[in-house]
Design a protein around this ligand. Structure first.
Ligand SMILES: NC(=O)c1ccc[n+]([C@@H]2O[C@H](COP(=O)([O-])OP(=O)(O)OC[C@H]3O[C@@H](n4cnc5c(N)ncnc54)[C@H](O)[C@@H]3O)[C@@H](O)[C@H]2O)c1
Length: 396
């Protein structure tokens, strides 16, 4: 098939490479011209997609990136993979999805299957995408992306894929496409079911992470180790699933997607109380970390040199979107600490560069990448570990 993918970020590029590898001819469209020329010179910006793979597909003629919207016309299939963030009031910002729909409406005259992979609330495909496109008799399906960047066990191929369409023809064609590079396809009765399943999955994580974050605080106040309790509870072979406490939640999904569900819940008059409370607990975790660090440092961090280790939101990825490390650093600086950060994967962030660990009075481990220098962390006078991975030090 001739496939166009709108958005060449984490999701769009991953699908582009999956489809090119399955023998489709793929054009990756992105409004970011710098990214487009980088991709066309064979440089990937996503961990897990190697430059050599990209170069191979480019040289075979099965992949090219473009910022020219006229390339979209004539595609058998168009996948939308654009950001779905929150606005300043933490409400869904569908402006990128709407812009992608307008782009199709204005440029695509020949009928195509239009698939939305961007995460959004139920009704997005029908009301925000299909309703805006009248350029031809297109088919429409929703197949929310479930990729977990950095996860070496579960990727695009072996993570089951949900598909819901506006017509049986749309579902059939979407199945044909995805089954060329995904092992398991699950058809659901409507795009709304597929859209809701995706945001409920992430809401499940958000709420359970908040629960263990709150529990970790209760356990600490009781003078017992929350992590030891959770490990003990996880020995029950049924009816329990282990989640780990931490400094908050980050990334493009867990802190964001539940608010999309809360938004539609509010519209239909059902208060999403768990989501609201989980957001409150998770967003308050950086302040809890700082409170514990101040206490552990003897009541004040004023003038102390603190290194925050690992500033991306999860291990072994360079993604700093919504990372709780930002609030941890800002709050420590408000307390008068001299804060640097160490993260060689991230390198540069918020106008600052990664600094060495050694020489700090205090180390706060927020995210643990493989190969981080634990000995250097332990050599700092006081260590606070948010990851539960260094034995014998203070932490959550
Ligand atoms: N990153 C993840 O782990 C992940 C996992 C599952 C689902 N998702 C969802 O997938 C969607 C995309 O996320 P992402 O992480 O790939 O985002 P991203 O920010 O990495 O990439 C989005 C790309 O879209 C481009 N873009 C924005 N507006 C555009 C437009 N009008 N036309 C063309 N390109 C445009 C941007 O320049 C950017 O390169 C979101 O809805 C997200 O919630 C992300």
């Amino acid at each position: 098939m001739r496939v166009a993918i709108i958005g060449q970020g984490y999701v769009g590029l991953t699908i582009a490479v999956g489809a090119a590898g399955a023998g489709h001819t793929v054009v990756g469209f992105d409004v970011n011209e710098g990214l487009v020329s980088q991709l066309n010179s064979g440089i990937s910006h996503i961990e897990g997609i190697s430059d050599s793979h990209l170069k191979e597909y480019i040289s075979r003629g099965s992949y090219e990136a473009s910022s020219d919207p006229t390339v979209l016309d004539g595609s058998d299939l168009i996948v939308i993979a654009v950001p779905t963030p929150l606005d300043e009031a933490r409400n869904p910002d569908l402006s990128f999805v709407r812009a992608a729909a307008e782009l199709i409406h204005n440029n695509v005259k020949s009928p195509a299957l239009i698939i939305n992979e961007s995460t959004s609330y139920p009704g997005t495909l029908r009301k925000e995408i299909a309703a805006r496109i009248t350029s031809a008799e297109h088919l429409y399906a929703s197949s929310p992306e479930r990729v977990d960047p950095g996860n070496r066990q579960w990727g695009t191929k072996n993570t089951p894929r949900l598909i819901g369409g506006l017509s049986p023809e749309a579902v059939a064609k979407a199945k044909e496409f995805y089954s060329s590079f995904c092992d398991t396809i699950i058809e659901v009765s409507s795009p709304e079911v597929a859209e809701a399943a995706k945001i409920f999955e992430n809401t499940f994580r958000q709420v359970n992470i908040a629960l263990v974050n709150e529990f970790a605080q209760i356990a600490d106040a009781l003078g017992i180790s929350g992590r030891e309790v959770l490990d003990a509870a996880a020995t029950k072979p049924y009816g329990f699933m282990e989640f780990n406490p931490g400094p908050g939640v980050g990334g493009h999904c867990i802190p964001v997607d539940p608010s999309y569900l809360a938004h539609v819940a509010n519209e239909v008059g059902v208060p999403a109380t768990f989501i609201k409370r989980a957001n409150e607990v998770n967003l308050a975790m950086p302040a809890y970390v700082v409170k514990r660090v101040v206490a552990g440092a003897g009541g004040s961090v004023g003038g102390k040199k603190i290194v925050v280790v690992g500033v991306s939101y999860k291990s072994n990825v360079a993604d700093t979107r919504e990372t709780p490390a930002a609030a941890v650093i800002d709050l420590l600086r408000e307390q008068g600490a001299i804060v640097t950060w160490n993260d060689d994967l991230v390198g540069n962030w918020r106008g600052e560069s990664s600094s060495p660990i050694s020489g700090a009075d205090i180390a706060v481990l927020v995210t643990k990448h493989d190969g981080v220098d634990i000995a250097a962390i332990k050599a700092c006078g006081y260590v606070f570990d948010c990851t539960g991975s260094i034995a014998g030090v203070d932490g959550i």
